[in-house]
Design a protein around this ligand. Structure first.
Ligand SMILES: CSCCC(=O)/C(O)=C/O
Ligand SMILES: [Fe+2]
Length: 200
């Protein structure tokens, strides 16, 4: 892609640093002034992203290629809304608890939208807004959480390598190998000639 062309992913995936307010978790929570985070910055944290054709996911060659290359053999759908999700209040509360998984969390929005919040290297929350057509991979070991936005609806495809394990490990779970590997690969990694870490 030429530098002046807009990245098509940005139409369905946007990210920004969050404010510190306790208002409704479904609000955007932009800082003042707004502080956007690029998809390249997300990649630096291990968060990968694609834009796909959500109206044709059954036949989409782009999705097929990602699944083949990354070994995503398992697929199902998770619909989150007050009407569709059993035990909605309990589930939405647990999705918004800061947690990690010992495997990647792969979510592809085929309808609606929602916020996946991830911690950066300095423990600041980045809000990642995933709309229809956006696919993200959160790496194993990254602390994150999920909430609906004010439209109150998402239908997400969930992908996994082999039999799925959805277990959330609520923070703190720093001793888990998945967390230690994440920290080594993305928090304490060498960038240029100096190490960047949370204490910097
Ligand atoms: C839209 S998928 C529901 C959220 C979820 O599965 C999860 O693990 C969030 O971290
Ligand atoms: Fe999760």
């Amino acid at each position: 892609m030429v530098a002046t062309e807009k990245d098509p992913r940005e139409e369905v995936i946007q990210a920004w640093y969050m404010d510190d307010s306790d208002e409704d978790q479904r609000l955007p929570h932009h800082r003042e002034p707004k502080e956007f985070v690029s998809l390249d910055q997300l990649t630096e944290l291990g968060v990968l992203s694609w834009r796909l054709d959500a109206d044709n996911y059954e036949t989409d060659e782009g999705l097929k290629k990602i699944r083949e290359e990354r070994g995503y053999s398992y697929m199902d759908f998770c619909e989150v809304s007050p009407e569709k999700l059993p035990n909605y209040e309990e589930k939405i509360k647990s999705f918004f608890e800061e947690h990690l998984h010992t495997d990647e969390e792969i979510r592809y929005t085929v309808a609606g939208s929602g916020y996946f919040d991830v911690r950066d290297r300095n423990e600041r929350w980045i809000r990642v807004w995933l709309k229809k057509g956006g696919l993200i991979v959160l790496p194993a070991g990254i602390y994150h959480r999920f909430t609906l936005d004010t439209d109150n609806y998402i239908k997400a495809m969930r992908l996994f390598v082999g039999d799925p394990v959805w277990t959330p490990f609520n923070r703190p779970h720093d001793h888990l190998p998945a967390r230690q590997e994440y920290v080594k690969a993305f928090v304490h990694k060498e960038t240029g000639d100096h190490a960047v870490d949370a204490a910097a």
